[in-house]
Write a protein that binds this ligand. Structure first.
Ligand code: MTE
Ligand code: MO
Length: 585
């Protein structure tokens, strides 16, 4: 059966590189467009919104300067100067070394998280609030509309697949920029997420075990008038006193509080809500916590972070750069020029990291995959222990369901299809006591199971559909796997997209195949599987992302290890596009 995949991994970990002309099926690089958002029925470029914001800023400055000439405003500012001990006790410990190092690590981690996050967004360059992602219902996009003449499900060869929808980014904006390089981007995103979370957890602990939390947590409502006062002072370009060594002004403390205690945890929570395993366990595939809402909030957190970083960096330089850089690097309230030297060295280091991230990823993709797996594999393994149980109601079924992958273009598949699958037979073999060939009618005669579940594609879209078919556990009862069988390989009739690289396939843990919801589906929403969605048979393992749900299944094999199947990484996308084989998130 493995002969279906007659290609050996040509090269070792460090020899392989991404060939831009062949990657993801050699799709041409289609650059992302400037993002736009839908306001009512109109699409407005964010460039307009930025221009509008700048105009607004100028108006605010004019108003603020005018305001400061009024006596009552001057009294207000005198009463609430911005910084006062009424809402936070001053910090006695300045900027200790742990805080300075954590700040530095945070810059490194955020840099990678943001760039790879943008790359992930570019793989499905639209944001929605509905769980079905119907083309046209998005509120944000950085691509043209889905071509209306290419959404016909009865015309699969011309169907606009979600892979068609992916766009590329400038190489120094995303990591690694290429169209459909989400597999690689996710390793960076998740690995640095984990480091960022650990950094954040340590930060929380140290914050509250010292007096540093006074910097970030206001303890009185007087923070609000003080924040308002600082807004007026900044906006009138007559800045408030910078007492940052000991305490932050009202606006600062609020901005930092929101960033550290609201935005950061929200990023984590909305990241998890995009995971199929979490949705399959808790039933968040529809409703206000659905993946698309989570993706939208995740994106708003990104915007908050970008605005915060821009304002924060600007303020470092506008409110006494040398003093601020002394706080940040040496931890002293001095004007030492050494702070500039240290800052320069750190900035150089960060610039080099920034510049090499994409070239290194393209040169050593397999190493990126292995390292990522090493860092986050255990967390994914933990999530894979979840038992999927969420099912939805008929009215949750989403009217549109994106499709991915190309219909098999073989004579064999077309001939079987022409006979209404009368000549189809599913070969199930490998490490089993009883290998079988099941005809289509034999499969239909097995106990039928129906479930309404969500589908989460790695690219970011989702959909809810009703699937009907045979439980994999019933198949397991028929073939009786040997105790040595640990993985179940599903082979497709169809090839993967890369030229001359053979069949699409993927591997699943045998325990997952015993879940009541693991299904060999032959119906979708009450009809025989449409061609685009995997006729005659496709897999449902609700714990995992979409690419593991092999469509157009030709054969199933039970194996002890997937090391000698295909290129040995667990599936077609794992082999060719550097995905991970564990994909509960
Ligand atoms: N044989 C085969 N199966 C495949 C694919 C493919 O390209 N070839 N694409 C996968 C991906 S990436 C996704 S998201 C789902 C899409 O399933 P759908 O088209 O039914 O929505 O199918 C998966 N199964
Ligand atoms: Mo996918």
């Amino acid at each position: 059966m493995r002969a279906l995949l007659d290609h050996d991994d040509p090269k070792g970990v460090f020899q392989q590189r991404v060939d831009v002309n062949e990657f993801a099926g050699g799709i041409p690089q289609v650059p992302a467009q400037v993002p736009s958002v839908r306001i009512g029925n109109r699409w407005v470029s964010i460039l307009w919104l930025v221009a509008l914001a700048l105009l607004g800023l100028v108006i605010v400055i004019v108003i603020a300067q005018e305001l400061r000439t009024f006596g009552w405003v001057q009294n207000f500012i005198e009463r609430y100067p911005g910084t006062t001990a009424t809402y936070a006790a001053p910090v006695e410990t300045g900027f200790p070394a742990w805080l300075r190092w954590q700040h530095f690590f945070n810059i490194v981690f955020m840099m990678f998280i943001i760039r790879s996050g943008q790359q992930i967004l570019a793989d499905h360059p639209r944001l929605y609030l509905n769980s079905g992602c119907r083309p046209g219902s998005e509120w944000f996009r950085m691509s043209h509309p889905v071509p209306a003449d290419r959404t016909d499900k009865n015309d699969p060869p011309s169907l606009w697949t979600s892979k068609d929808d992916a766009v590329s980014l400038p190489k120094q904006l995303g990591i690694p920029g290429l169209r459909h390089s989400i597999g690689l981007a996710r390793w960076w995103h998740f690995s640095f997420d984990l480091l960022w979370l650990v950094n954040g957890a340590v930060f929380y602990v140290l914050l509250f075990s010292t007096d540093q939390w006074h910097r970030l947590v206001p303890q009185s409502w007087t923070v609000f008038p003080n924040a308002l006062s600082t807004v007026v002072q900044y906006a009138s370009l007559n800045f408030p006193a910078n007492e940052g060594f000991a305490e932050y002004n009202g606006l600062q403390i609020l901005a930092y509080f929101i960033t550290v205690f609201i935005a950061a945890p929200l990023a984590f929570a909305t990241g998890l809500l995009q995971a199929p395993a979490v949705a399959a366990r808790f039933g968040t595939g529809r409703g206000p916590l659905n993946r698309q809402v989570a993706r939208t909030v995740h994106f708003i957190v990104l915007i908050w972070m970008l605005v915060f970083i821009a304002a924060h960096v600007a303020m470092v330089f506008l409110t006494g750069a040398v003093g601020n850089l002394n706080h940040m690097t040496l931890g002293t309230d001095t004007q030492s020029p050494w702070a500039l030297v240290i800052f320069g060295a750190a900035a150089l280091f960060l610039t080099v990291l920034w510049l090499i991230a994409t070239p290194v990823t393209l040169r050593y993709p397999r190493a990126v995959q292995h390292t990522g797996r090493f860092i986050v594999g255990w967390a994914k393994a933990g999530l894979e222990r979840v038992h999927p149980k969420a099912s939805y109601r008929a009215k949750d079924i989403t009217p549109y369901h994106w499709a991915n992958g190309r219909i098999p273009d073989t004579e064999h598949w077309r001939r079987l299809r022409a006979t209404g699958w009368a000549d189809y037979s599913l070969r199930i073999a490998g490490l089993v006591e009883n290998s079988v060939d099941l005809s289509y009618s034999q499969i239909l005669a097995l106990p039928k199971h129906e479930q309404i579940t969500q589908h989460y594609c790695i690219q970011g879209w989702s959909g809810v559909a009703e699937w009907a078919g045979v439980r994999m556990r019933d198949i397991i009862d028929i073939v009786r796997p040997l105790p040595t069988a640990r993985w179940v390989v599903f082979y497709s009739f169809g090839n993967g997209p890369e030229p001359d690289t053979g069949r699409y396939y993927d591997c699943h843990r045998i325990e997952h195949m015993r879940e009541p919801m693991a299904l060999l589906a032959y119906e979708m929403n009450g009809d025989p599987l449409p061609d685009a969605h995997g006729a005659p048979l496709r897999l449902r393992n609700e714990l995992e992302l979409g690419f593991k749900q092999v469509k157009w299944i030709e054969a199933i094999e039970f194996v002890a290890s997937f090391k000698d199947v295909g290129w040995g990484h667990g599936g077609y996308n794992e082999d060719h596009e550097y995905f991970g084989y564990r994909m509960p998130i």
